[in-house]
Design a protein around this ligand. Structure first.
Ligand code: TEU
Length: 565
């Protein structure tokens, strides 16, 4: 891992299903992406990450893969994929694939063979267990352990054919692969090499810190009010995880130039991330941590909690300090699993544009590689969901069913799903003012957000003051100002509940970033304001520079100075 080119890169995530539909079937596809590559090249991003495009029963929108080495006809074909890859490379960008190997689809031939009989050659490619001792197989409570699945219900499915259960941390159509088995690992490595040989530039690794499980799969503690145990102590950052990732590096990545690997790791700590991303250990380039998107989650999962800015700053401060000397951060507000950040941590009403820009600036000017999720660059907002019938996401539907079964008030559950549900991120990309936001000429699989006549890419690219052009400038700043990439990070004003402020320092160059996370003016009590009196104002998301360090509603400013001894 000598060439850390990705330190100065910005990644853009495409959720193909919802990006652009070229053939009118209501579902985004690869040709749709090809048609919109200039939007992305114009923004200046360096890397595209594609959420899964592989053949899939689409139980979890493609995160349930039935063939790792092909393209689902919904999205196109391998030939069209090659065209896309060439078109991306022609524009000087790279393409990173989603690697989903904690589990496959239950329709993958590996699993079909595995479930065939207890003596099948691939039986131990998955986690099969008999019923709990003394219990009748297939009866309630007879599951091998008490774990609940992420999507609601038990983490085990009974297979009447062989009388045993298989483990699925996600849906029952996503059986967990058994990484203890070396044949599984080498099959995955071979598949990864096949994609790299085809020309792809790396992988985003889905829940990769779940792949090593504690043998014996012991029961977990049962959280108050829950019907199931929490098994995470037995699969988060499990006993062999570092071994598995290093082996993957050796078998797949080593000797190949200019790749990017990022591990999605719910529940990862700073200390663990340091191990995962220490270049000398040869595991992954960076990880996605979750602390800052769980900052507005209280002890009760079905009660909304407002973000406290001081909590958010403590989280980022910890991550920036922890990976300052070793390892590397990734930076994101949004992805296909998160609600829209302008609705979540900003103001999607009166100050939508200002707050979207402020959030972008604060994130992008931290140390780390920023990720932009489709639509974030135009300030897309959450969708006005009504009842449970408006949701499509298997997680929303499964968790709703479980919560209601556990006796929750359905209205409370809906309130949380409307604010935090994953479908908020999955409504069609808003291209222009034509029907369905220009996403499709047919009927979109999920309706377009009704705000598309006001919020769309056509308007944003024409307007020099748009969120789009602000993001373009942030990316440009990263590409031209080494202090953004390498500068030391210092958090300022950690106790301020309105202002987020920090500096970045590289040699004599110092940047000062201040963002107002509120709709009321606030004065920045800087430790050394005089030092900044003649600094250059590099970016400002409002018409007026701050007077006497008072920032207006959702204002963001970036200053640069050259420090003289
Ligand atoms: O997500 C992993 C994950 O932890 C999510 O379940 C997340 O915590 C939750 O959705 C927040 O609401 C990855 C993928 O990004 C997600 O789309 C998949 O559903 C999941 O893995 C299973 O592959």
């Amino acid at each position: 891992m000598t060439d850390a080119w990705w330190k100065s890169a910005v990644v853009y995530q495409i959720y193909p299903r919802s990006f652009a539909d070229s053939d009118g079937d209501g579902m985004g596809d690869l040709r749709g992406i090809i048609q919109h590559l200039d939007h992305l090249a114009g923004l200046g991003v360096d890397v595209l990450w594609l959420s899964p495009i592989y053949p899939s029963p689409q139980d979890d929108n493609g995160y349930d893969i039935s063939d790792y080495q092909d393209v689902d006809p919904l999205f196109g074909s391998l030939e069209i994929f090659d065209e896309l890859l060439a078109a991306v490379h022609e524009r000087g960008m790279k393409l990173v694939m989603d690697l989903v190997v904690n589990h496959s689809s239950d329709e993958h031939p590996w699993f079909v063979e595995s479930r065939g009989s207890v003596s099948a050659a691939k039986r131990d490619w998955y986690w099969w267990e008999p019923a709990r001792e003394g219990m009748e197989p297939g009866t309630p409570g007879a599951e091998p352990n008490n774990w609940g699945s992420v999507f609601g219900g038990p983490a085990w499915e009974f297979d009447p054919g062989t009388g045993e259960y298989y483990l699925h941390l996600f849906s029952r159509k996503q059986p967990d692969l058994n990484w203890e088995n070396p044949a599984v690992r080498s099959a995955v490595h071979e598949m990864m090499r096949w994609w790299l040989d085809r020309g792809v530039d790396g992988f985003r690794m889905d829940v990769i810190n779940f792949i090593s499980k504690v043998p014996g799969l012991p029961d977990g503690p049962v959280p108050a009010g829950s019907a199931y145990g929490d098994g995470s102590a037995s699969f988060l950052n499990g006993p062999r995880i570092h071994e598995f990732l290093h082996e993957m590096y050796e078998q797949v990545v080593k000797g190949r130039e200019a790749l990017l690997t990022v591990g999605e790791m719910p529940g990862v700590t700073v200390e663990q991330a340091k191990l995962y991303t220490d270049p000398d250990r040869e595991e992954v380039d960076m990880v996605f941590q979750f602390d800052h998107v769980w900052a507005d989650r209280g002890p009760d999962p079905w009660a909304l909690q407002r973000l406290k800015l001081t909590d958010l700053k403590a989280i980022f401060g910890r991550w920036q300090a922890g990976l300052a000397d070793l390892g590397w951060n990734s930076l994101y507000w949004n992805n296909h699993d998160q609600p829209r950040v302008v609705s979540r941590y900003g103001d999607d009403g009166e100050f939508r544009v200002e707050s979207a820009k402020m959030l972008g600036a604060v994130l992008h000017l931290h140390r780390g590689t920023p990720y932009i999720y489709q639509g974030e660059e135009i300030g897309m907002t959450n969708y006005p969901f009504g009842g449970i019938g408006d949701f499509r996401d298997i997680e929303a539907l499964g968790q709703y069913a479980q919560a209601v079964e556990e006796g929750r008030d359905p209205e409370d559950v809906l309130t949380v799903l409307r604010a935090r549900g994953r479908d908020n991120a999955r409504t069609p990309m808003q291209w222009d003012t034509s029907p369905h936001a220009g996403f499709t000429t047919g009927t979109p699989w999920l309706p377009a957000n009704p705000r598309y006549p006001e919020i769309n890419a056509a308007l944003a690219t024409k307007d020099p003051d748009s969120v789009y052009h602000w993001y373009r400038r942030l990316i440009e700043l990263r590409h031209t100002e080494p202090a953004v990439v390498e500068g030391d990070f210092t958090m300022l004003l950690p106790h301020d509940e309105q202002l987020y402020a920090f500096t970045r320092r590289l040699g004599p160059t110092e940047l000062l970033v201040i963002g107002n996370f509120s709709g009321t003016p606030a004065r920045a009590e800087l430790p050394d304001p005089a030092a900044w009196s003649s600094a250059e104002l590099v970016l400002n998301n409002t018409a007026q520079p701050p007077a006497d360090w008072v920032l207006g509603p959702w204002q963001a400013v970036v200053y640069r100075r050259e420090v003289t001894a």
